[in-house]
Write a protein that binds this ligand. Structure first.
Ligand code: GUN
Length: 295
C-alpha cells in the first residue's frame, strides 16, 4: 500500500491565521478596534515562557491586541484571581488565557472557573466544558478544535465513522470525544486502564492519540487506511547529547498502514495557537455584537 497522506498542520494553521488576520482587518476598518487577548503567566517555567512569547507574537501578527501579565512564582492565588476579575470587566479584553501549569499554591480549577466563560478562549471553564456536551454553543478547547479542522482536510463527512480517542484528559481527550460525537462518529474513549488497546485502536477509522507517551501506538495497532491524528509532543533522547520531538504514534510504521496521518512536529501543534486566535475572534464577535467571524 502507498505511504499515508501527510496532513500538513503547519500549512493549515497558516491558512487559518491568515483568515483571522483578514477578518480582524475587516473589523478594524468597520469598528476602529481590534479584539484583545490577555495572557497571564505565573512563575518561571521555561516552556511556558516560550509558549506565551509565541502566543503573543502570533496574536500581534494577526492584527489583534496582545496583553501579557506576568506574576512571580510566589504569587498568591488571590492575586491571580484579582487579576482575572479585573480582566473579566476590562472592555478592551475579549479573551483571557492563564498559562498552565500554575505554581503549587494556586488551584488551576479555581483560576479557570474565575474567568468569565464568554472570555474563556481556552474553553477550560466548566460552563464551556458542559456546553460542549450539550448545545455546543460555548468556546471550544483549541487543540481538539484544531484536530477537527485537520480531519476536515481529509474527510468531507465524519458521520458513522468509528473514532477512537486515546487519552481522557480534560484538555484534549474528553473535548475531542465530544466534538467527534457531535460530528456523528461512533466514539470510544480508551485510556491507560483499557483492556487490549491495540485491538480497540484497530477498529478505528479515526484514531486520535493524546496520551503523552512517546511512540506508544505502533503500526500494527492501526486499521489499514485509517486517519491518524497524533496530539503527542514528547522529547526523546536522539543520542550525542541531542533530543528530538516525537508524537504518541510511531510515525514511520503508522504511515505505512494509515490512509492519512499528522506528523510531529508540524501536525496538530501549530493548529493550537491558530485556534486560540480563532476563539478570540469568536469571543469578540459575540461580546461586541460584531457577529460570528467569517473564518
Ligand atoms: N499549557 C500548555 N498548553 C496550554 C494551553 O493550551 N492553555 C493553557 N492555558 N496552558 C497551557
Amino acid at each position: 500500500m502507498a505511504e499515508a497522506l501527510r496532513i500538513d498542520g503547519k500549512a493549515a494553521a497558516e491558512r487559518l491565521r491568515h483568515r483571522v488576520a483578514a477578518e480582524a482587518a475587516r473589523w478594524m476598518a468597520l469598528h476602529g478596534e481590534a479584539p484583545g487577548l490577555a495572557v497571564v503567566l505565573v512563575g518561571e517555567d521555561p516552556a511556558s515562557h516560550v509558549y506565551v512569547r509565541n502566543k503573543g507574537a502570533a496574536t500581534r501578527a494577526a492584527g489583534l491586541v496582545s496583553v501579557e501579565h506576568r506574576l512571580p512564582a510566589t504569587a498568591a492565588q488571590d492575586e491571580v484571581l484579582a487579576l482575572v476579575r479585573a480582566l473579566n470587566v476590562d472592555p478592551a479584553i475579549d479573551g483571557i488565557l492563564v498559562q498552565l501549569p500554575l505554581p503549587p499554591q494556586i488551584s488551576a480549577q479555581a483560576v479557570t472557573d474565575a474567568i468569565d466563560p464568554a472570555k474563556d478562549v481556552d474553553g477550560f471553564h466548566q460552563v464551556n466544558a458542559g456546553r460542549l456536551w450539550t448545545d455546543g454553543g460555548g468556546l471550544v478547547p483549541c487543540t481538539p478544535q484544531g484536530c477537527m479542522i485537520l480531519l476536515g482536510e481529509v474527510h468531507d463527512r465524519l458521520a458513522g465513522l468509528e473514532a477512537l480517542v486515546l487519552g481522557r484528559s480534560a484538555i484534549v481527550g474528553k473535548p475531542m470525544a465530544a466534538l467527534l460525537l457531535a460530528a456523528d462518529c461512533t466514539v470510544t474513549i480508551a485510556h491507560s486502564r483499557s483492556r487490549d488497546l491495540p485491538a480497540l485502536c484497530r477498529r478505528a477509522d479515526i484514531l486520535v492519540a493524546a496520551v503523552g507517551r512517546a511512540q506508544m501506538v505502533r503500526g500494527d495497532w492501526i486499521r489499514p487506511g485509517a486517519t491518524v491524528i497524533d496530539v503527542g509532543i514528547n522529547r526523546i533522547d536522539a543520542g550525542e547529547g541531542r533530543s528530538r520531538l516525537v508524537g504518541d504514534v510511531a510515525y514511520g510504521e503508522a504511515a505505512a498502514v494509515a490512509g492519512a496521518i499528522t506528523p510531529v512536529p508540524g501536525g496538530v501543534g501549530p493548529m493550537t495557537i491558530a485556534c486560540l486566535l480563532r476563539n478570540t475572534m469568536i469571543a469578540a464577535g459575540r461580546r461586541r455584537g460584531w457577529g460570528m467571524p467569517e473564518l
